[in-house]
Design a binder for this molecule. Structure first.
Ligand code: HEC
Ligand code: HEC
Length: 214
């Protein structure tokens, strides 16, 4: 009898935990349908309607974790007199009119879109990049990208973004920007530290590999 009582109390606790979880999610998660309206009207010209960009300098957003997308949109905006921690004249102009709710809704919308796989163009360069991606470069203190961005490049929400299938041109530009501290929105400068240890050739190779990763 005693055992049954404990068990039913446990069941109630589990139910309570589950319902607060659902509640927490409904207040924090964005509204993808509202995000879609802005995405179609404002963003589609550069990132495509479903977030699979066809222009190599514009990143694909499809399948990206909602939290990461929302964070980037916030970081493009100068706030409280401080300059934006992610500097982009184009995106800086785009986020001017967006509210925090819009940014959440856009994050939710792109997270629901299916990323289209892309193939690496230069196979031998991609093979060199795979070594860096999976094993890092121990001599130069470069950690394996897979340890944070996961072996298939899907990332680990909420902090580590999805990078699989991204345009090589965009990935390379970001690695250079982290190295030169033109992009400073990485927590504890993690990507800055990594990029400073990488050679230009390693960056090109790993960017090529990532473009074909799925
Ligand atoms: C005129 C073209 C253009 C338009 C329109 C545009 N973007 Fe962008 N977007 C870019 C470019 C270029 C970058 C890369 C910026 C950089 O160099 O860091 C970018 C970067 C981003 C990123 C960062 C992605 C990542 O992987 O870190 C997000 C998120 C984003 N855009 C969302 C949006 C949203 C949402 C809209 C609509 C409100 C929008 N963009 C409209 C060109 C555009
Ligand atoms: C210790 C964890 C860690 C490791 C290892 C790591 N990264 Fe990152 N990376 C991050 C975090 C965190 C961010 C997100 C920064 C932010 O919030 O804007 C990031 C962002 C990025 C971005 C920007 C993505 C975008 O859409 O703009 C690229 C590109 C990237 N990493 C490539 C790499 C490569 C290549 C390697 C291996 C050489 C690597 N990372 C290793 C943590 C890591």
């Amino acid at each position: 009898m005693q055992g049954m009582k404990v068990a039913s109390n446990m069941a109630i606790l589990v139910m309570l935990a589950a319902s607060t979880q659902i509640f927490a999610e409904t207040i924090t998660r964005g509204d993808a349908a509202k995000g879609q309206q802005i995405a179609t009207q404002v963003c589609a010209g550069c990132h495509n309607a479903d977030g699979n960009s066809v222009i190599p300098t514009n990143p694909s957003l499809a399948g990206q974790h909602a939290e990461y997308t929302t964070k980037q949109l916030m970081n493009f905006k100068a706030q409280d007199g401080k300059p934006a921690s992610r500097n982009s004249p184009i995106m800086g102009a785009m986020v001017m009119a967006l509210s925090p709710d819009d940014m959440k809704n856009l994050g939710a919308y792109y997270a629901q879109q299916t990323p289209k796989p892309r193939g690496a163009k230069d196979k031998s360069l991609a093979q060199q990049g795979e070594k860096v991606y999976r094993g890092g470069n121990i001599d130069a203190s470069v950690p394996a990208c897979a340890s944070c961005h996961s072996p298939n490049g899907a990332g680990i929400p909420p902090v580590y973004p999805r990078i699989a299938g991204q345009h090589a041109e965009y990935t390379l530009a970001q690695l250079r920007a982290f190295r030169k501290e033109e992009r400073t929105n990485d927590n504890n400068q993690v990507m800055h530290m990594i990029a400073t240890h990488m050679s230009e050739k390693e960056m090109q190779a790993v960017a090529e590999f990532i473009s074909g990763l799925r």
